[in-house]
Design a protein around this ligand. Structure first.
Ligand code: URA
Length: 253
């Protein structure tokens, strides 16, 4: 069993971080012989272990240690991208207890009515890297826009547009997929737009700048990470090893 080194931690800290109980509860469990490390019953929960190397069993179950969690959520409309809200449900209400123990938070925000890709993690460094305004991480959205989006709009977005507060955006890549006549003579366009910054309500305000209104908005990618189309709306899963590599996190251990 490890006795020192950078990666060693108190056994009770390792287990409480993973949601196995408070320090007081773990002290009791240790006395009862519930905690085994490398095949030896450990009665002193203050003992140091290397959670990545030592084999730790709790009540007969071998634990898988990790410090960070990375979750891909297919955000539904109607929930807030925050960790708490006085009125509305938040994205954390969609997570299970086994992931909530890691205290994840959303990386950036989507509006309440926007759906699509939202990454949640407790890795503050990654969140900082992905959100840093200097990094210009591209984000791609699909949208339905009231009115006929035109090649003029494509050109305007390519040069950047001026928002209601006078800010001139970075260039965005607008692609028109289709126009659809609604029954009442109204035309709606299906588009995708890639932007390289994250101003408040940016996509909606960019269309307002060219006199149009976004009526549906979905984020489909952030950097190299794409929304898994098999992920049902309102559900989530952990990132795969390949996806972790895409965001510069090669391995969880
Ligand atoms: N732009 C918006 O207008 N809303 C979002 O939720 C994301 C980008």
């Amino acid at each position: 069993m490890s006795t020192g080194g950078r990666r060693t931690q108190r056994l009770d800290k390792v287990l409480s971080n993973l949601g196995f109980g408070s320090r007081a509860e773990l002290k009791k469990k240790a006395k009862q012989g519930s905690i085994v490390v490398n095949g030896m019953v450990i009665k002193d929960p203050g003992k140091h272990v290397d959670p990545y190397k030592d084999i730790i069993e709790f009540d007969g179950e071998t634990i898988q240690y990790r410090e960070y969690v990375y979750l891909m959520l297919h955000k539904p409309p109607g929930v807030i991208s925050a960790t708490e809200d006085l009125r509305d449900r938040t994205v954390l209400d969609l997570l299970d207890a086994e992931h909530l123990v890691f205290e994840p938070f959303p990386v950036g925000r989507l509006d309440k009515d926007t759906e699509g890709l939202l990454l949640l993690t407790n890795d503050g460094k990654l969140a900082h890297e992905l959100l840093s305004p200097r990094k210009h991480i591209p984000k791609t959205y699909e949208a339905i826009v009231e009115g006929r989006v035109s090649e003029d709009d494509v050109r305007s977005f390519a040069e950047g547009v001026t928002l209601d507060d006078g800010y001139h955006t970075l260039p965005g890549e607008l692609v028109i997929h289709s126009d659809e006549e609604q029954g009442d003579g109204l035309v709606c366009s299906r588009i995708s737009l890639t932007i390289h910054e994250g101003k408040f309500h940016q996509v909606k305000r960019m269309f307002e700048a060219v006199g149009k209104k976004v009526v549906y908005l979905k984020r489909v990618s952030m950097g190299e990470l794409r929304l898994d189309e098999n992920l049902e709306i309102g559900t989530y899963r952990e990132l795969t090893e390949d996806e972790l590599a895409l965001i510069g996190r090669p391995s969880l251990v």
